[in-house]
Design a protein around this ligand. Structure first.
Ligand code: ZN
Length: 97
């Protein structure tokens, strides 16, 4: 018995006092006699959707890291290119003076 399956009438949550009916859809509380449908367990489809959502989040993080790495790489290239740009500027500076 999972959390959320406790008796809505009296709040009994001891597994020993909550008995599943033969059809497996209803639970009878032995404490107060209330019969109810417990919170449905996650179906396989729900679990799959949950895993998919987790994977989508992981993918988003991975993409963000990849983009950041790309930006860092571009920044490195720009840093390397800077001296050359300085030379060009210096040459022009000399040319005009
Ligand atoms: Zn009860």
């Amino acid at each position: 018995m999972c959390d959320g399956d406790e008796c809505p009438e009296c709040g009994e949550s001891a597994v020993d006092n909550l008995v599943w009916d033969d059809d497996g859809e209803l639970v009878t509380c032995q404490f107060c006699g209330y019969t109810y449908t417990p919170a449905p367990l996650l179906s396989d489809a729900d679990l799959a959707a949950e895993r998919e959502a987790e994977r989508a989040t992981d993918d988003a993080v991975e993409r963000a890291l990849a983009i950041k790495a790309e930006i860092d790489a571009e920044a490195d290239e720009q840093t390397k290119a800077d001296p050359r740009l300085d030379n060009v500027v210096n040459h022009r500076f000399c040319y005009w003076h």
